[in-house]
Design a binder for this molecule. Sequence first.
Ligand SMILES: NC(=O)c1ccc[n+]([C@@H]2O[C@H](COP(=O)([O-])OP(=O)(O)OC[C@H]3O[C@@H](n4cnc5c(N)ncnc54)[C@H](OP(=O)(O)O)[C@@H]3O)[C@@H](O)[C@H]2O)c1
Length: 272
Amino acid sequence: MKIVVIGGTGLIGSKIVKKLGAEGHQVVAASPDSGVNTLTCEGLGEVLKDASVVVDVSNSPSWEDAAVLKFFETSTRNLLTYEASAGVGHHVALSVVGTDQLSGSGYFRGKIAQEKLIRESSIPYSIVHATQFFEFLKGLADVSLAGGKVHLPPVLFQPMAADDVASGVARVAVGPPANGIVEIAGPEQFRVDDLVRQRLASLKDSREVITDPNARYDGAAVGERTLLPGKDARLGETRFADWLKSPASQPPKAKASAAGATATKGTGGHGT
Ligand SMILES: NC(=O)c1ccc[n+]([C@@H]2O[C@H](COP(=O)([O-])OP(=O)(O)OC[C@H]3O[C@@H](n4cnc5c(N)ncnc54)[C@H](OP(=O)(O)O)[C@@H]3O)[C@@H](O)[C@H]2O)c1
């Protein structure tokens, strides 16, 4: 079975490519670097030829509100149009638990638009809703900064390791289309403020985390249980304390940017 992974070079995409490849599937990792761009349509017709399944784990390079919305609307529309022409039988997309309740956030308005296009398309689909990745906790601190301090609400969430996210998405990709949402989550619940504090301490990041019941989650008002999955969620195995001791918890290597400053790939808001 030919499976095309859009965003196949990203944190989750690269792991999905490895896992599906190890199961013997013909997997193609597609991204702008490999000549496939869902915004410009470059390479789309070619890469989707004879594909049975498309897994979309791409992400917007910019997290500015309008840019995110434009990215998810344009890329999803293009992808679905080319998939229809190629006769793709299953479109799998990765989104976030609670997305529909997070419209106060520009990023989540982009994900809501992505999901709407998928539901309205003619292609059989599965939308995988994952909880926050452990790898994203520092990024969550970064988008929650005000006056040099991290402001977060003490609400519940059930985050998971990126490796378990990839396993969950890969499993859905080789199964029948759900034509709905499949939830995946971590094995333990935490309070958002508390876990981000633990993560920053593990990174020797001295930024203070302020527990603020009125703080927003990436711009969206959240209640005690907004970020929690439902009771049918498939749970990953990796516990936070074990992940912290594993190589996966090490920050990605910094690389020099064109401007001479130091940039770290994947340490921003909604990636890792
Ligand atoms: N962060 C969280 O806690 C969380 C939780 C649940 C779900 N999610 C979702 O998980 C998904 C994947 O996140 P991630 O952290 O794995 O992302 P990531 O590491 O930032 O990777 C993004 C991928 O998208 C590719 N891409 C960017 N622009 C593209 C374009 N125009 N055409 C084709 N590919 C393009 C990138 O290619 P290049 O490498 O060439 O730039 C890269 O392969 C996102 O949709 C996000 O909403 C995130």
